[in-house]
Every structure is written in structure tokens, then in C-alpha cells.
Design a protein around this ligand. Structure first.
Ligand code: PMV
Length: 321
């Protein structure tokens, strides 16, 4: 086999992580629960760089000079495959890169899955988790579909807690600005861990929020899941804002969007939102309310684009030859 192509979808967290436990393994300091998003896709094709030890990474058609994000992942994988040659990696996203849409999670998850197949490594799932975590703390969640937990308490594991078809909620992503973020999540987390006075309370609330989210998902209670998701999101952004230097991914457009979502909720529609390391607003709602919510947001000056999605599946190989 000379090349393999794999795809993975980004995920966004309902209970988030912001802060690392360890910079070598890149392990998050707290557990998280996410949804895998089917409409957004990272596609990665990998082949061996025959006769050369150089790794080449082409992202969205452009050769990358800085391979810092993928090098630790490749090192881990090369150790298992005993490969001394380089790899040629061609990756593309069908959505804005580095704009708070978790492109690194899906990019890394698709890379790990493609490499595993190219070298026929038959890696254990724990190894796939470890390898992808080296590239992005949220990447192990993109290995799987549905509602996914990345647990770091006592034991490290990533697991689907509910399959997509068991609670088929709809997702609407409000793109308010698709420019690349100024400060990477990795840098931002480190600043927050060291400087935010709210960092400790953020850590302390994680266990409780995970428990509430888990039970809301088991009960398929959208109101309960929405309350814990929004509370968790606000606290993470408070940790960011109280860091020094201040980190602010939410813009006026983000806030306008949130205000409209709250108005829609006042009209009796069950929906909730979350925001990550970028200005986009992700909405979760019942499929029957999707059209009405889109109608309320589509012509707003602060919304550039609406992307509709469903809860998606995990990373997988789509082509080999
Ligand atoms: O692991 P990264 O670098 O993709 O950072 C993820 C950070 C957040 O999206 C803000 C939170 C999360 O749990 O996804």
C-alpha cells in the first residue's frame, strides 16, 4: 500500500477543557465531553517520502514551514512502525482553519488513522488516543462519533457515551468571523493556567459539570444539558478574560448572536449554545426547531454564514491504494 486517505470531523465540547496537566504528553488537566460534527470534515492523505527522512506537510494546498504540531505525533507513530523515513501528508479542511472550529482535532485524528493504516500498525485504541493527544488535546475526541468523553480523572480514556442516532440533535454553527485566531489554544491555556485567579475554581467545577452533563445525556434532557453547557462555557471564557495578558475570543458579533439565541429561547424554543477559542457560536437544538432558528439568524448583520450539521461519526479510512 503506498498511500492512505482518512477523514475525521471536528468536535466541540459541551464540558470543556482549558489547561494542560502535562506539556510532554499534552494531557488536558480536566475531562471533557464533546459532540462530533458531521458536516465539517478534515481529509488527510499520507504516503511515505521514499528515501528521505524529511516530513512534508501540505495544509489546504500550502506547504507548512512549522511542523511543531505534527512532529510529536509522527515521532510517536514512527517509534511504533520503526519507520526512519519521512512522510508526505496532505490535509484539507472543508471549513475555516484555526478559527475556533477545532480544525486541529479533526486534522490530527485523520492523520493518526491514516498513518495506522498505511503502516498496518493495528494500534490499540489507547495508543490512538495517546498519539492524537500529542497533536491536540481535543483530537482524541474526534477519533469517535456521537457524544464523546475524554476522561483524565484517574485513568485516561476516550469513549462514546451516546451514539449519534440515539439522540439525533441538530447543530447550527453561526460563523461570525472566519479569520485565524491571534492566540493559539495551546498558548492561551498556558497563560490562563499560570495567571487567571479563576483557574483553580475552573478545575474544581469540572468533576461536577461532567456528572451533570453525563446524566443529562443519559436522560436526553436538552434543558439540563444546555444549562451545564452554557455555564461551563461562560466560566471558561471568564478564565480566559481574567488571564494576563487578557484572552478574549468572544467578539461583539459573538455576543449579539448569543443575545438573539436567548430571545429565541424566551419564545419557548429549546436550544443552547457554546463558544470555543474563536468567535463562532455553536447552537444545539431539536431537529424540528432548526428551520425556525435559522430563519431568526440568517439575515443578522453579525452572522456571516450558517452551517447546519448533525452529530457525526468517528475518524475513518476512506481510500487506500
Ligand atoms: O486541544 P485544542 O488545542 O484543540 O484546544 C481545545 C480548546 C477548546 O476548544 C476551547 C475547549 C475544548 O475542550 O475543546
Amino acid at each position: 500500500m503506498s498511500e492512505v486517505t482518512a477523514i475525521a470531523h471536528p468536535n466541540f465540547a459541551l464540558v470543556k477543557y482549558w489547561g494542560k496537566a502535562d506539556s510532554v504528553s499534552n494531557k488536558p488537566a480536566m475531562s471533557s465531553i464533546s459532540l462530533t460534527i458531521d458536516a465539517l470534515t478534515s481529509t488527510t492523505n499520507i504516503s511515505k517520502n521514499q528515501g528521505s527522512s524529511e516530513n512534508i506537510w501540505i495544509l489546504n494546498g500550502e506547504e507548512q514551514n512549522d511542523l511543531a504540531r505534527i512532529n510529536p505525533v509522527l515521532k510517536y507513530l514512527n517509534n511504533i512502525s520503526r519507520n526512519n523515513y519521512g512522510c508526505i501528508i496532505k490535509s484539507g479542511n472543508n471549513f475555516p482553519t484555526s478559527a475556533g472550529l477545532a480544525s486541529s482535532a479533526s486534522g490530527i485524528a485523520s492523520l493518526v488513522i491514516a498513518y495506522n493504516q498505511l503502516f498496518r500498525l493495528d494500534m490499540s485504541f489507547d495508543q490512538l488516543v495517546e498519539a492524537s493527544m500529542l497533536g491536540s488535546g481535543s483530537a482524541p475526541r474526534s477519533l469517535l462519533g456521537g457524544f464523546v468523553i475524554l476522561n483524565v480523572e484517574n485513568e485516561l480514556y476516550s469513549q462514546t457515551i451516546l451514539e449519534p442516532e440515539d439522540w439525533p440533535l441538530s447543530i447550527i454553527i453561526c460563523i461570525t468571523d472566519d479569520k485565524e485566531k491571534i492566540i493559539s489554544s495551546r498558548e492561551g491555556m498556558e497563560i490562563s493556567r499560570k495567571t487567571s485567579p479563576f483557574y483553580q475554581s475552573w478545575l474544581d467545577t469540572n468533576k461536577g459539570d461532567i456528572q451533570i452533563a453525563k446524566s443529562a445525556i443519559a436522560e436526553q434532557d436538552i434543558k439540563k444539558l444546555g444549562e451545564v453547557t452554557e455555564k461551563n462555557c461562560y466560566l471558561m471564557h471568564q478564565v480566559m478574560r481574567t488571564s494576563s495578558p487578557q484572552i478574549n475570543y468572544m467578539t461583539e458579533r459573538t455576543n449579539n448572536c448569543i443575545e438573539e439565541i436567548k430571545e429565541i429561547r424566551k419564545d419557548g424554543i429549546e436550544l443552547f449554545f457554546t463558544v470555543d477559542a474563536g468567535p463562532q457560536v455553536k447552537i444545539v437544538c431539536k431537529p424540528e426547531d432548526k428551520e425556525l432558528i435559522k430563519d431568526r439568524l440568517i439575515n443578522k448583520p453579525y452572522v456571516t454564514k450558517l452551517v447546519e450539521a448533525n452529530i457525526g461519526n468517528g475518524a475513518r479510512v476512506i481510500d487506500e491504494g
